[in-house]
Design a protein around this ligand. Structure first.
Ligand code: NAI
Length: 408
């Protein structure tokens, strides 16, 4: 029996929460059917809607619960058109053979640019000056205002954002030092330091770009603030839990910390209409922003482009590179082969069973990639002969199989 892959025109993409139009265009160009919904949908409505969707695209407000995933009988994949994936039951999706893709680096540049701007703002007390002028107060002073040229920027966490900042800061003529728990290649003349304390003690500005982990929780507390140079400024656009806010507020009140730019907080309001309380409010030379580090139109567009590209690649080739909850594999395209995708429970003997099915149908495996995680195995297999229909049926019938699909 010869079976062709699922026709592209029958693939249904359901996009919620105003995903950027660039994604809709990319899916439409592939010939997929796209349905867009402006806002998020509550569970019951989404369960009804997802029944015939092959791909679900959401942003941060839709909670993708196990019940929703169970309702998606045809669901191939979920796209999180944002950075975080906490709103999705990713492990349940894994167990159902549904990879989840996001766009972790699409707003890197936006955060880096904000930090550079804030370094200059802090150095010139711009937050205070602009507020005064708005209030009708004219306070022309040079004392305490500095150029950033020749000053030292200390970067804690030299990943995508940290290293990008290191490059941009040198353009301003700053000296750049950094600390990371991993060995990182220094960009330009950036200099690696082996201890956090060393960075704190030499920097005029300390900027934090670490992830939220048990080790980074309260990473900057009273002791670390005491180790900063007198008058140095602290910037945090990473995660709210990294800094002990009371310690920072105290450092500023005492004048030991010269200023701060804070974009993330331990408790952030749920919505734009909620109020905001923080011990940092009203303190001098403190720039407070509502978690907008990565919020630019360019980043939104990049997210739309990157996530739709990952989803299209997964649908067309089975590649799971970048998936947050899935074994990551990719097999180069071979137009003359016949490709089958199989997700199975990670138990002994599965590969043996699949290999037997293939050899019983007299097919030859041209290429094969398998990767596993504790729960599932993910296999991509290119066969020489067009027996993929028979093989798919037999593999799909194995009690260990979760999902089986013919790609081409
Ligand atoms: P990344 O994963 O590329 O880099 C993080 C770096 O921190 C890595 O090099 C890692 O080795 C290092 N690191 C981890 N634990 C450490 C520790 N204990 N001490 C020192 N270094 C440590 O992450 P990326 O993309 O650069 O993002 C950094 C942070 O920025 C994340 O927390 C992310 O959530 C946040 N972020 C905030 C945004 C905003 O709107 N304010 C937007 C985008 C990201």
């Amino acid at each position: 029996m010869s079976v062709t892959s699922f026709p592209k025109t029958e693939i249904k993409i359901l996009l919620l929460e105003n995903v950027h139009p660039v994604a809709t265009e990319a899916f439409a160009a592939e010939g997929f059917q796209v349905e867009t919904v402006k806002g998020a949908l509550p569970e019951a409505e989404l369960i009804a809607k997802i029944a015939d969707a092959h791909v679900l695209g959401i942003r941060s407000k839709t909670r993708v619960t196990p019940a929703i995933l169970d309702g998606g009988r045809r669901l191939m994949s979920v796209g999180a058109f944002c950075i975080g994936t906490n709103q999705i039951a990713t492990q349940h999706a894994n167990n159902r053979g549904v990879p989840v893709f996001n766009a972790p680096f699409s707003n890197t540049r936006s955060v880096a640019e904000l930090i550079l701007a804030e370094v200059v703002m802090l150095s010139r007390h711009l937050g205070d000056r602009t507020r005064e002028v708005h209030e009708g107060v004219w306070k022309k002073v040079a004392v305490g205002s500095h150029e950033v040229r020749g000053k030292t920027l200390g970067i804690i966490g030299y990943g995508h954002i940290g290293s990008q900042i290191g490059v941009l800061a040198e353009g301003f003529g700053m000296r750049v030092v950094f600390y990371d728990i991993l060995a990182k290649l220094p960009m330009g003349n950036n200099r690696s330091m082996s201890k956090l304390e060393d960075v704190l003690s030499v920097s005029d500005f300390v900027t934090l770009h670490v992830p939220e982990t048990p080790q980074t929780r309260n990473m900057i507390g009273p002791e670390e603030i005491a180790k900063m140079r007198a008058g140095a400024c602290l910037l945090n656009a990473s995660r709210g839990t990294v800094v002990v806010i009371d310690a920072l507020a105290d450092g500023i009140r005492r004048g030991h910390v010269g200023g701060a730019a804070v974009d993330v907080y331990p408790d952030e309001p749920e919505s734009n209409s909620s109020g905001f309380a923080s011990p940092l409010r009203g303190l001098p030379n403190v720039i407070l922003t509502p978690h907008i580090g990565g919020s630019t139109e360019e980043a939104q567009e990049a997210i739309g482009r990157e996530v739709s590209a990952s989803l299209i690649k997964y649908i067309n080739t089975g590649a799971t590179t970048g998936a947050v909850n899935f074994p990551q594999i990719e097999l180069p395209l071979d137009a003359t082969a016949h490709r089958i995708l199989n997700v199975h429970k990670n138990v002994p003997g599965v590969l043996r069973d699949i290999t037997k099915i293939v050899s019983d149908s007299n097919a030859n495996v041209r290429a094969q990639v398998l990767s596993t995680d504790p729960d599932i195995g993910y296999l991509l297999m290119d066969l020489d002969q067009d027996v993929s229909g028979d093989v798919k049926k037999a593999v799909g019938a194995l009690s260990t199989s979760i999902k089986t699909r013919i790609l081409f």
